[in-house]
Design a binder for this molecule. Structure first.
Ligand SMILES: Cc1cc2nc3c(=O)[nH]c(=O)nc-3n(C[C@H](O)[C@H](O)[C@H](O)COP(=O)(O)OP(=O)(O)OC[C@H]3O[C@@H](n4cnc5c(N)ncnc54)[C@H](O)[C@@H]3O)c2cc1C
Length: 314
């Protein structure tokens, strides 16, 4: 059902008004209703479950980045607890020989408490990751955190090579950020951007965002950087794939990335067959609800199923 729905969706560019309305009220629905639809997007609630999913993905040729769900922690204890959980998963990845790095949100490791709290936790994770020959991706949150996240990345880069930022194609500032950051040390994920931002901060027209997305990836690859091309947009994937071939960009300069569970109509396997690296972003943890609602809101067809299911249950 998910695959079929996904393929339909991959051809539908926008939500109709009914789906938009359903998407808006989705967060108030009960967990029991959302859970079956959330399942494909989340690799369980525990580290053990997540490691099992990661192993299966690796066995099928995919690299992984793992994310512990949650954000905006408000105490140092919580931030330390998350940092410890990430340390444990770094150790388990090494022990099990998995092809998997970690993605962390700055507010999950303490950025709302202070810059220093998040930076110290990040540095502790970077030291552990370096020790285990692994890599830390700093996810990008909404625009109040952009400056601090880039600052933290640059500070980390002074001491560690195994770290990379995320740049969101919808932000007006992103071309400038890329031109400042680009170079051999840059390993960046480019995504469109998931948060609601004002017009003064971000592009809000889909085709402008897509154009900027393509320009940013080309700029990285024309410079010295490594690009994580993170999108489910088949038009963008195909356009960039063509450009990469035409420009003889070596496959060790980029990878494609998608969110776990998003149906891609067989395109990922084709990318793997071409010898490209494809990485799946695998989230797990007890805080699966908000994440799943975000994913479901991106998928109008699934929203309709959620509501049909609700009425059936009644
Ligand atoms: C690996 C990865 C990491 C990311 N990290 C960040 C980050 O750090 N910060 C940030 O702001 N955003 C992040 N994002 C989210 C990203 O910014 C987008 O909001 C999201 O991926 C949708 O954009 P898209 O490029 O797929 O294009 P869209 O134009 O939104 O979608 C392209 C096509 O894919 C379909 N699609 C998209 N999502 C789904 C879904 N859930 N289920 C089924 N079909 C779907 C769409 O309906 C459309 O047909 C990340 C995305 C990926 C893939």
């Amino acid at each position: 059902m998910f695959d079929e729905a996904g393929m339909l969706l991959l051809n539908s560019e926008s939500m109709n008004p009914l789906n938009s309305m359903l998407a808006a009220i989705l967060p108030i629905f009960p967990r029991w209703l959302i859970k079956p639809f959330a399942k494909p997007y989340v690799a369980g609630e525990s580290m053990t479950e997540a490691l099992q999913h990661i192993k299966v993905l690796n066995d099928n040729g995919f690299a992984v980045t793992v994310d512990i769900l949650g954000e905006h922690v408000q105490t140092r204890e919580e931030a330390s607890k998350i940092t410890k959980s990430y340390t444990e998963i770094l150790n388990a990845i090494a022990e099990q020989g998995l092809d998997c790095n970690i993605s962390i949100k700055p507010t999950h490791i303490g950025l709302d408490i202070s810059y220093e709290t998040a930076r110290d936790n990040l540095f502790s994770l970077l030291a552990q990751a370096k020790n285990k020959n692994n890599f830390v991706r700093i996810d990008m949150e909404n625009s109040p955190y952009t400056d601090a996240s880039i600052k933290m990345y640059l500070e980390a880069l002074i001491h560690y090579q195994n770290v990379g930022p995320v740049i969101q194609a919808y932000l007006h500032r992103s071309p400038d950020d890329i031109s400042k950051l680009n170079g051999e040390k840059l390993n960046v994920r480019i995504c469109k951007g998931i948060y609601t931002e004002s017009e003064t901060i971000a592009l809000n027209n889909k085709s402008d965002i897509n154009d900027q997305y393509v320009d940013l990836v080309k700029a990285i690859l024309n410079g010295g950087g490594y690009a994580g091309i993170a999108t489910h947009d088949l038009t963008l994937i195909n356009a960039l794939d063509e450009w990469i071939i035409e420009n003889q960009i070596s496959p060790d300069r980029f990878e494609f990335q998608i969110l776990y569970g998003v149906p891609m109509a067989g395109r990922l396997e084709e990318l793997l067959e071409k010898g490209y690296k494809v990485r799946q972003y695998v989230p797990y943890g007890e805080e699966w609800f908000d994440y799943s609602v975000r994913r479901l809101k991106e998928n109008p067809v699934i929203i309709t199923y959620v509501f049909k299911n609700m009425f059936k249950s009644r």
